[in-house]
Ligand binder design. Structure first.
Ligand code: AMP
Length: 180
């Protein structure tokens, strides 16, 4: 079930660090180099598939935009539906929105009101590439609950542990790589 140290290293070493992007002081974790590395991507997705195949999931919900990539691959591997959680103004049908705080100001994410169908209590895994402060993912988990589904777990490829984003999360949090 758990990754070997060698497998973790294959994934970790495929992620590129970009200093001072998008602004000074941020070390950006670039997953484009993970996506273009078939061995690293397969190692990651096979691990997630094995972890979640017994969770009885109905959907994987991915956060705009990198969560769409990992979330869609995982949903397809598990044979369940994929639902996008998007930045404000991008979804065409009736939406439900949730605001969250940024360092300065706020941002907003949205989900389609009927994203999980008519039946209430659908079991949903939330997926994104990285959890930093946790603001985006917590707002996304709130949206899943607001439209009548249940966020079973929130899953991230990377966690910036020093920002303590997992604290106060309404669902269990799983991250493949913890980064200090
Ligand atoms: P937060 O709401 O603070 O947890 O930020 C998480 C979102 O911002 C995710 O969608 C990430 O893709 C993105 N993000 C935050 N920090 C970084 C980083 N250092 N490198 C890459 N993406 C980041």
């Amino acid at each position: 079930m758990s990754l070997t140290l060698g497998e973790k290293e294959i994934i970790l070493s495929s992620i590129r660090n970009i200093p001072d992007f998008p602004k000074p002081g941020i070390l950006f974790k670039d997953i484009s180099t993970l996506l273009s590395n078939p061995k690293a991507l397969d190692t990651l997705m096979t691990h997630l598939e094995n972890r979640y195949k017994s969770y009885g999931l109905d959907y994987v919900a991915g956060i705009d935009a990198r969560g769409f990539i990992f979330g869609s691959i995982l949903a397809d591997r598990l044979g369940v539906g994929f639902v996008p959680v998007r930045k404000k103004g991008k979804l065409p049908y009736t939406t439900v929105a949730e605001k969250y705080s940024l360092e300065y100001g706020f941002d907003e994410v949205e989900i389609h009101i009927d994203a999980f169908g008519e039946q209430k209590g659908a079991r949903v895994l939330l997926m994104d590439d990285l959890i930093a402060t946790g603001g985006t993912a917590k707002a996304a988990a709130t949206l899943i609950d607001k439209v009548g589904a249940h966020c079973v777990e929130a899953c991230f490829v990377m966690e910036l542990g020093f920002l303590r984003g997992r604290e106060g999360f309404s669902a269990p949090v799983y991250s493949v790589l913890e980064i200090d």
